[in-house]
Ligand binder design. Structure first.
Ligand SMILES: Cc1cc2nc3c(=O)[nH]c(=O)nc-3n(C[C@H](O)[C@H](O)[C@H](O)COP(=O)(O)OP(=O)(O)OC[C@H]3O[C@@H](n4cnc5c(N)ncnc54)[C@H](O)[C@@H]3O)c2cc1C
Length: 476
């Protein structure tokens, strides 16, 4: 591939020129590939999960090793390039990719090494949740991660990370033992409770602000291989009664039980009667990660309630349950999210949700409610940089559609539901769910940890090399 000089915007303002020799030298230093806009694979590499994001980096360094990451950071620093870091590319605001600068793409780095005896896993930072779950479930172990297997472990972990196991085992960061990080100076170091403890604190909730993580080591726990899991689906018209029962019931269950709910138009799933396809439903998604017989007993009152359209709860492999939502969350659709944390679900919040669910603007759009609490709440607030441990629930107003002509309608609907539910919400936001336009919510997302995060940012990244993220600006 011929290499030409390249002119790209500098992160400090103005433009920088990269000579062909500099680019060739950079490629020679990498084990992975260096892509330019004319390279085969460039468009695939710059494409992220949210189809609304369309950015064109000047260069994409597809890193194969931690040393490649060191080379990429040093090159970006030497040439004052804007830097974006890609893990799984799921960030809704598109922070994995930048216009004109250098994208440090970790997606080739997907190795997972499980130490069964010590119940730990060392995971390269381009791995997806599916990569981790497959390797750990092969020996009956797991750590809490999110609910869509194609999400990147890196971004999810750096912002907190919660899923079906979090009520009993905590956030993903609560199970992080150490991380290998390349700092803005291009120096690799380890962050753990014993080494660079300030950095270790900051990367557990403070996002990608402090360096490029090249690998994570997690604590694992015995899980499965089968869990008791599945959906109970009701007509939306029954939603008021069901959700009033739900909010009282979920407070009484052991922490191995978790139940999220979704309001949407019914997809044409084989277990739903055809006459329900396309009509508004409320679906409860249940996962019990303890003894199966005990789970049957715990879930019974919920399963006995009302007159569901379908109940498909049963034992299934945990690794399969971890992929169950994948078909509804495929990459490429247009997505616009708004989210809030809640301590409780009052009647008037239920009424507000139901009213908006009746006007969902697209068959792919949904209102998703995650149950948190339990072990997440028990970790001391100052142990990590995740600021919202008291939250019991989180709403994701998940606007999703395919036709760009529906942008305005779908975005307006999501904003309106966000506004209408705000009176019931806690302060703050989940850093991993912020869109690119929610700059005004970044400080609230870091909450009372913000000042300490600024101090640590100033120490490890004083010139804000890592700024394409939910950014914490270094001090003067
Ligand atoms: C379909 C879907 C389902 C989701 N479900 C859940 C869920 O169940 N639970 C949950 O907690 N979250 C969930 N999320 C949110 C998810 O945690 C965030 O989108 C997260 O940012 C994804 O990480 P990523 O590596 O895929 O993203 P990327 O877009 O690659 O990166 C996200 C951010 O992290 C930075 N970053 C990435 N890799 C590194 C690295 N190695 N070092 C330093 N910085 C890095 C990026 O620069 C960017 O700012 C979901 C998202 C999607 C799209």
């Amino acid at each position: 591939m011929p290499v030409a000089d390249l002119r790209v915007p500098s992160r400090l303002g103005g433009d920088v020129s990269l000579t062909a020799d500099a680019i060739i030298g950079f490629q020679a230093a990498l084990r992975g590939q260096l892509l330019q806009p004319s390279s085969p694979g460039y468009d695939t590499a710059r494409t992220v999960w949210n189809g609304m994001i369309d950015r064109r980096p000047g260069l994409i360094a597809q890193c194969a090793t931690a040393d490649d990451v060191v080379q990429a950071v040093r090159f970006a620093r030497a040439h004052d390039l804007l830097v974006a870091v890609r893990g799984g590319g799921h960030n809704i605001g598109g922070n994995a990719v930048c216009d004109g600068g250098l994208m440090i793409d970790l997606s080739p780095m997907t190795a997972v090494h499980v130490d069964e005896a010590n119940r730990t896993a060392r995971v390269e930072a381009g791995a997806t949740l599916g990569d981790l779950d497959c390797a750990t479930q092969a020996v009956g172990l797991a750590t809490p991660v999110g609910v869509n297997s194609t999400t990147g472990i890196a971004g999810l972990t750096l912002g907190g990370g919660f899923g079906w196991l979090s009520r009993s085992l905590g956030l993903t960061i609560d199970n992080l033992l150490s991380a290998d990080v390349v700092t803005a100076a291009g120096e690799p170091l380890t962050a753990s409770a014993n080494e660079n403890a300030d950095l270790f604190w900051a990367i557990r909730g403070g996002g990608g602000n402090f360096g490029v993580v090249t690998s994570f080591t997690f604590q694992l726990h015995p899980v499965g291989p089968n869990v008791l899991a599945g959906l109970i689906v009701y007509p939306l018209d029954a939603g008021g009664d069901v959700l009033r029962f739900y909010r009282d019931f979920v407070n009484t269950t052991p922490e191995e039980f978790v139940c999220w709910f979704v309001m949407r138009q019914a997809p044409p799933l084989p277990f739903l009667p055809p006459e329900w396809h396309g009509r508004e439903i409320l679906a409860l998604a249940v996962c019990w990660s303890g003894d199966i017989a005990e789970g049957e007993r715990v879930a019974k009152p919920l399963r006995d309630f009302g007159a569901p359209i379908a109940d498909i709860i049963g034992p299934m492999p945990f690794a399969a349950w971890q992929t169950i939502l994948d078909p509804l969350l495929t990459p490429g659709a247009r997505n616009y999210w708004k989210s809030h944390y809640f301590r409780e679900i009052p009647d008037s919040l239920i009424d507000t949700l139901l009213e908006h669910a009746r006007h969902i603007p697209d068959p792919q759009t949904e209102i998703a409610f995650a149950q948190l609490g339990g072990a997440i709440n028990r970790v001391p607030h100052d142990a990590t940089a995740y600021a919202h441990r008291e939250a019991e629930f989180l709403i994701n107003v998940h606007g999703r559609w395919s036709d760009p002509a529906k942008d305005d309608t779908c975005i307006a609907w999501a904003r309106e539901l966000f506004r209408a539910t705000a009176p019931y919400a806690m302060e703050g936001a989940y850093v991993n769910f912020l869109t690119h336009e929610e700059k005004d919510r970044i400080r609230a997302a870091y909450g009372s940890d913000y000042e300490r995060l600024v101090e640590i940012k100033t120490k490890y990244d004083p010139t804000n090399l890592f700024c394409v993220n939910q950014n914490i600006r270094p001090g003067a």
